[in-house]
Design a protein. Structure first.
Length: 300
């Protein structure tokens, strides 16, 4: 019994594409604005945004490529490319955040006053542009989109920090507030990115995306009176969104073909609510030797 469910939506491609073009455009504006305002903080953020733009562009390409039809060589399709993109983006964001910390910490002892009015204007524009990009991506469900959302949220928080510092600096000469706030929001983003990175690595290792769902599926199949046992059940995910199920069902009797067809239909009905992208169910008759029994101790 084998089933494929293909649903190729361009929604996430459009969302990532919007975020990419917004980031590239604003990164150019940041470099120009950083030079005009003599602000090292804005220049550093521009470099960081350039890294974000490259990551988002890479994720956009992977996302579009992942919708290609399955081939003989890649029989499950290319959806795991988006998982690979999420991993790369997490790593880039971690490296970028660490770089920000290395830039911000020395400024604690040697802060400089920039052109405050220019900083404030760029910060307001930064919140608007990156905030809109977050709005476009926040409805995404893939790990890739979640990681990219944290990329952009980091920028939003960074520009909020610049707004606060700019307003304070308009009235009080305390440039040390800039590196302090930069360190604070960078540590916050790192904490969340590490959580996403953990989820990505777990899926890369083909762990069950949800242990409770896995147990529910097993119980549902065990409720069938014709089934006396289940083994070699594997529940994993292609990209955190499209899940795969394979299982061997041990049958109570040597049923006739008509009965097996009805049983296949029953199994399909029970699995409908889980929206599985791929399901492979094998029936095993009494006294039949499982051809995968050498794996039995490893999986059950």
């Amino acid at each position: 019994m084998h089933n494929h469910s293909h649903s190729h939506s361009h929604g996430k491609d459009d969302r990532i594409g919007w975020a990419f073009f917004l980031n590239v455009t604003f990164t150019i504006i940041e470099f120009i604005g950083g030079w005009l305002t003599n602000s090292t903080a804005i220049m550093a953020d521009a470099v960081h945004d350039l890294g974000d733009s490259l990551s988002i562009g890479f994720a956009w390409i992977l996302s579009r490529f992942s919708n290609r039809e399955a081939s003989d060589k890649f029989s499950y399709g290319y959806r795991r490319l988006t998982l690979f993109g999420a991993l790369i983006n997490s790593i880039v964001l971690i490296i970028g955040s660490i770089w920000i910390l290395f830039e911000a910490i020395p400024r604690l002892s040697n802060p400089e006053m920039p052109v405050v009015e220019g900083m404030l204007g760029l910060a307001i524009l930064g919140v608007a542009v990156n905030g809109y990009a977050v709005f476009k991506l926040k409805t995404g469900e893939t790990l890739n989109e979640k990681v990219l959302t944290w990329h952009l949220l980091e920028d939003v928080l960074g520009w909020v920090a610049v707004i606060i510092v700019s307003i304070v600096l308009l009235f009080v000469e305390m440039p040390i507030l800039d590196p302090l706030l930069s360190i604070g929001f960078t540590l916050f983003i790192l904490f969340n990115v590490f959580k996403n990175l953990k989820s990505t690595l777990v899926l890369f290792l083909q762990a069950a995306p949800d242990e409770e769902t896995q147990e529910n599926i097993k119980q549902l199949l065990n409720e069938l009176p014709e089934v006396i046992g289940i083994h070699h059940m594997h529940f994993w995910s292609l990209d955190g969104e499209s899940h795969v199920l394979t299982a061997h069902l041990e049958l109570a009797h040597n049923f006739e073909v008509d009965k097996l067809i009805r049983l296949k239909q029953q199994v399909a009905m029970k699995l409908t609510s889980y929206n599985l992208s791929h399901t492979t169910i094998e029936f095993e008759f009494p006294q039949e030797t499982c051809r995968d029994e050498h794996e039995e101790n490893a999986h059950d």
